[in-house]
Write a protein of this length. Sequence first.
Length: 255
Amino acid sequence: MGKLKGGALAVNMFFLISGFLITISWNNSLGIFNFSIKRILRIFPGLIGVFVFVILVIGPLLSNDLYDYFDQLSLQAIIKDFLGMNISKTTVNNIFSSLPLDAINGSLWTLKYEVYCYIMVLFLGVLKLLNKKVVSVLFLLFFTIYMFQTYGNLELTRGIPIPRLFTYFLLGSMFFLYKEYIHFNIKTIIIMIAILYLSSFYELSQMSILFAFSYLLLAFIYSPVIKVHNFAKLGDFSYGIYICISSTASYSIYI
């Protein structure tokens, strides 16, 4: 119940970083239109790139008959998948039929929830509610539901990812909003590592990852020694890497 798989961890950390960055983005935006354009340019170029890569590169590479492959491609199915932000096996003629999941790219399913988070930030920002108090209340709400899903018997919402994803997104937002109170230092880092280690012996990994691992990730990114955050000056690569690596992994597994 309290254990967390590697794939889920990667998704959680993506939403954590996204919450942090998107909150910054709203604060730096000139208004609704400017923010919306930024979000569209973040999501759709990468999504188009993945579709082109899978359909025009991976598909032909794995197809035994190129003519038959392209002949069976359906523009309607491709558009439907694109609007749904996913690529199903049937769209590319079941070339990945032996994979255990229906989706070729295991990351794309999260994009619609990412868009929901964008809408939430837009809504809060327009109403002047993107502040410590409101974001904290929303975090506690989703966190409570998430914990009941994980450790309780909240069967009604079990399997629904919104509480988990929104919890991490809002936590990332809080890391930015409370940045003046959060200090990254060696003592706290050691304590967080100890918490992660000790929680591995109990059914508490979900909670320790939520707080301790999230802290360690952002401490790593903003370390004055490692200076990973300097890469952000060249652009935000997290989203592109996140959605592209899954298709590449599927191809590697298949071959």
